[in-house]
Design a protein around this ligand. Sequence first.
Ligand SMILES: [Ca+2]
Length: 173
Amino acid sequence: MKDIYIKKIITFVFALGMIIGTAGITQATAISVDGAWHQFNFDQAGSVTETFQFIAPSSGATMDVTDRLIYGDEFTIYDFGVNIGTTSAVNPALFNVQSGIIDPDLAWADPDLSYGSFSLSAGNHDISFFAHVITIPGGGYIRVNAVPEPNSFLLLCAGLAGIAAFGRKVFSA
Ligand SMILES: [Ca+2]
């Protein structure tokens, strides 16, 4: 009788392990809109194990994504599950060639590592990925920058220039 329960428990734990192992564990990471690079990783099936959450300012944000290390991986990017685009196509002659690049700035500078820049509206974003053209597990980098706000000093100058022009019109009439 006891043996049956132990067998059932072992079977249950094994089944649970299989489910967790198959589904993978996704790591949700809240990031700042500050231009800092963050790494994500993918398995052989193309599943990316990280998602990134951030809030774009009222001026909007620009999100950059690039592959790293081995050439040939491309990424389709989703925002709250909606496809917003895929990174650049890679020269097939370079598939599986090792770039050796692990510095995110150098990866971004190399056009042969698949890359993309995406404009995002103000507010909440929840970014996930799917990796294509993979032969072995790998990774990539993501960064988010704020679109610059119109400079308040320039706006003030434009306003003063407008008042001056209006004044000249009034006094010259
Ligand atoms: Ca790669």
